[in-house]
Design a protein around this ligand. Structure first.
Ligand SMILES: [Zn+2]
Ligand SMILES: [Zn+2]
Length: 230
C-alpha cells in the first residue's frame, strides 16, 4: 500500500490552500492508495495568528472536522485517509516539529494544544498512549546538526521536500538516513504537501494494507515497510 505520511489541507492548516476534497483526488490521480493527514498544531494556529477560533476546544473540533471531511471524500473514491498530527513544540525557541502516528481522539483531547510541552513531556505522553513519533524534516534544522533528543524519538522523516523546493531531497535524504541509523531510529517519508501545485512524491510502501492510525502505528513499529522518493 502506497501512503504519503505528511500532508496538509485547508481549513485547519492555514498555510495550505488545497481543500480536503481536492486532496484525495490529487493523490488518487498520482497513484497513491492513501495518505496520513498531519495538519499543523503550532504556535501560529493555537495562539490565533491565522484566524482560527481562540477557544482550544473549538480549534480541536475544527481539526477533527477537517480530517473527517477528507476521510469521507476519500471513502467515495476508495482512498484511505488516516488521522495524524504535526506538532510543533515551542521549546526550545524555534522549536522542532514532530509527526504523531496512532493518536486517538481521546488522546488528542488530552494533548491539545500540546505546544507548550517539553520534548520529555511529549515522549511520556506518546509512550503512555502508544503513539509513534517521527521528527519532521530533520535536515531543515542546520542540516540535521540542530536536533532534539534523538533518544526520545521512534523515527526521523528522511525524505521531505517541503512545500516548494524539491531539488535536494535525494541528497539530504541519504544524510538523514545515516543520522537516523546512528541513533537506531526508523525512517519515515512524506511530501509535506500544502497546495494543488505540489506533486505527491514521498511516502512509504507497506506490505499489508492499513485502514487507520492504529494499524499504521503497528506497521511502523514492525518496520515492515519501505520509504520512497520519486
Ligand atoms: Zn504548513
Ligand atoms: Zn508539515
Amino acid at each position: 500500500m502506497k501512503l504519503d505520511m505528511h500532508v496538509h489541507c485547508q481549513p485547519i492548516s492555514a498555510c495550505a490552500s488545497i481543500t480536503p476534497e481536492e486532496l484525495v483526488v490529487h493523490y488518487k490521480n498520482h497513484g497513491f492508495d492513501g495518505l496520513v493527514l498531519t495538519n499543523h498544531v503550532n504556535f501560529w494556529n493555537v495562539e490565533g495568528h491565522t484566524g482560527l477560533p481562540s477557544d482550544f476546544d473549538e480549534q480541536r473540533k475544527m481539526y477533527i472536522e477537517t480530517y473527517e471531511r477528507a476521510k469521507a471524500a476519500g471513502e467515495k473514491i476508495g482512498f484511505t485517509v488516516i488521522f495524524g498530527v504535526e506538532l510543533r513544540l515551542n521549546q526550545p525557541e524555534n522549536g522542532f516539529e514532530y509527526l504523531l502516528y496512532g493518536v486517538d481522539y481521546d488522546a488528542f483531547a488530552e494533548m491539545y494544544p500540546g505546544i507548550y510541552w517539553s520534548q520529555e513531556q511529549l515522549w511520556e505522553f506518546c509512550q503512555r498512549h502508544d503513539i509513534f513519533v517521527s521528527q519532521a524534516h530533520p535536515m531543515r534544522y542546520n542540516d540535521g546538526k540542530d536536533a532534539p533528543n534523538r533518544r526520545l524519538l521512534n523515527a526521523m522523516e528522511v525524505y521531505n521536500p517541503g512545500p516548494d523546493d524539491t531539488s535536494e531531497v535525494p541528497m539530504t535524504g541519504e544524510r538523514a538516513k545515516k543520522l537516523a541509523e546512528e541513533s537506531g531510529l526508523a525512517f519515515t517519508a512524506g511530501s509535506d504537501l500544502h497546495h494543488l501545485r505540489n506533486r505527491p512524491q514521498c511516502g512509504i510502501i507497506t506490505e499489508t494494507d492499513v485502514h487507520n492510525q492504529f494499524e499504521l502505528r503497528d506497521v511502523l513499529k514492525s518496520r515492515k515497510y519501505k520509504v520512497f522518493y520519486e
